[in-house]
Design a binder for this molecule. Structure first.
Ligand code: XLS
Ligand code: NI
Ligand code: NI
Length: 441
């Protein structure tokens, strides 16, 4: 059901429907068929597609070389509380027209930050009440909430890792309010992306102390939320750099080590973003696999980077090969734990039609749907899984099996190798694996 406010913002665009790949209608899904069952679940259940408030409703396209190019018809009101309600109306109109079930936000995406903490809290409480009504009316849910502890100048040296305790306390207050908001809106998860938790120069940084502070801070946040009824997951979103030169949540492997060191691994999982993976010199599928290995594959921020220029360009996903390889890991891991697919992506600065916001999201949903169908086929009808298992079958029986179950000692390896003589080469068959993927695309 489409939910508009008093004003319809996306006039002329109705519900986006599945029409199949033969359709020429740009405002229709070609592959995302929400109720189609793939590998035992509907596409809707697999993905839990979410709209990101910040890119979709707040970002007007400014870059270091010029101001925003988009004039959005919502949030032009000079009263911040009214502007927030208009933005929420636009948000729910968009989400329900897309047929998505979820959204995500930072605290100050919802409403502009006020001059004082108290006034900010009041503004957030007001818009929270309004959002709760919109959620009830539409059935749309909050996938995750978070706090923007990186834009305001006070956080220039970090939030939880700031060398000044007073800034750490301020970040704590802000995150307490963001947690209250997430709990009030029955948010299913809460995200920490440490935009400025890191450093610009190690010369002026006590790294050990800053990491200890972050560990303590996250434990305090977790305890507060748990004591106030939050049952969902906490996610850390790794990113190696930008805006800091070096960020502490560098990549999945680093985050897992951190969570285990500070005793947070039972409550925290990982929110993995495509463009952050590539900034860390990894593929998305590598990051998903690392998280899955640790049982921490929580959620996905879907976008894509630019393979020529490198930075966090947050473009809508459209790389079928990359997404198919990601979906192979996704399916094998049994999907996401608590999270969903949040489009942390923005249309280009020169994409200035309101329709472009729809086109970006439709393309993103379609690429995931298509990749899921392909990955499911590869796994269920091609020889892929069998070929992969075959590479390891020397561990399934005999000495290999004894090794895996810990029944051999190091000297046993020596004896076995002496008896074997030179080993025969086993081809890795990479080209065959690649051809199978291509065949099913
Ligand atoms: C920025 C991050 C941010 C998080 C939420 O690079 O992706 O948008 O997802 O704070
Ligand atoms: Ni993100
Ligand atoms: Ni990002």
């Amino acid at each position: 059901m489409i939910i508009t406010g008093t004003k319809e913002y996306f006039k002329g665009i109705g519900a986006i429907k599945f029409e199949g790949k033969e359709s020429d209608n740009p405002l229709a899904y070609k592959y995302y068929d929400a109720d189609r069952v793939v590998a035992g679940k509907t596409m809707r259940e697999h993905f839990k597609f979410a709209m990101a408030y910040w890119h979709t409703l707040c970002n007007t396209g400014g870059d270091p070389f010029g101001p925003g190019t988009k004039i959005y018809p919502w949030s032009t009101n000079s009263d911040p509380n009214r502007a927030a309600r208009e933005k929420a109306d636009a948000a729910f109109e968009f989400i329900t027209k897309m047929g998505f079930d979820y959204y995500c936000f930072h605290d100050f995406d919802l409403v502009d930050e006020a001059p004082t903490l108290l006034e900010s809290e009041r503004r957030i409480q007001k818009i929270t009440t309004y959002l709760a009504e919109k959620q009830n009316a539409s059935g749309v849910k909050l996938l995750w909430g978070t706090a923007n502890c990186f834009s305001h100048p006070r956080y220039m040296n970090g939030a939880a890792t700031n060398p000044d305790f007073n800034v750490v306390a301020r970040a704590g207050a802000q995150i307490k309010i963001a947690l209250d908001t997430t709990i009030a809106l029955q948010g299913e998860n809460y995200v920490f992306w440490g935009g400025r938790e890191g450093y610009m120069s190690l010369l002026n940084t006590n790294m050990k102390r800053e990491l200890d502070h972050m560990g303590r801070f996250l434990n305090m946040a977790k305890d507060y939320a748990r004591n106030n009824g939050f049952k969902g997951n906490f996610f850390i979103e790794p990113k190696p750099m930008e805006p800091s030169k070096h960020q502490y949540d560098f990549d999945c492997a680093t985050v897992i080590g951190f969570l285990r060191e500070y005793d947070l691994d039972k409550d925290f999982k990982i929110n993995i973003e495509v463009n952050h993976a590539t900034l860390a010199q990894h593929t998305m599928q590598h990051e998903l696999q690392i998280a899955a290995n640790a049982g921490m594959l929580g959620s996905i921020d879907a976008n894509r980077g630019d393979y020529q220029n490198g930075w966090d360009t947050d473009q809508f996903p459209n790389n079928i090969l990359e997404t198919t390889e990601a979906m192979l890991v996704f399916l094998k891991a049994g999907g996401l734990q608590g999270g969903g697919i949040n489009f942390d992506a923005k249309i280009r600065r020169n994409s200035t039609d309101l329709e472009d916001i729809f086109l970006g999201h439709i393309g993103g949903a379609d690429i995931f749907a298509r990749a899921l169908l392909i990955a499911d086929k590869i796994r269920s009808v091609s020889p892929y899984e069998e070929l992969l298992a075959k590479r390891y079958n020397s561990f399934d029986t005999g000495k290999g099996r004894a090794f895996e179950s810990g029944e051999l000692n190091f000297k046993d390896l020596y004896t076995i190798a002496q008896e074997n003589g030179e080993v025969a080469l086993q081809s890795g068959k990479q080209e065959l694996f690649e051809n199978i993927v291509n065949q099913y695309i």
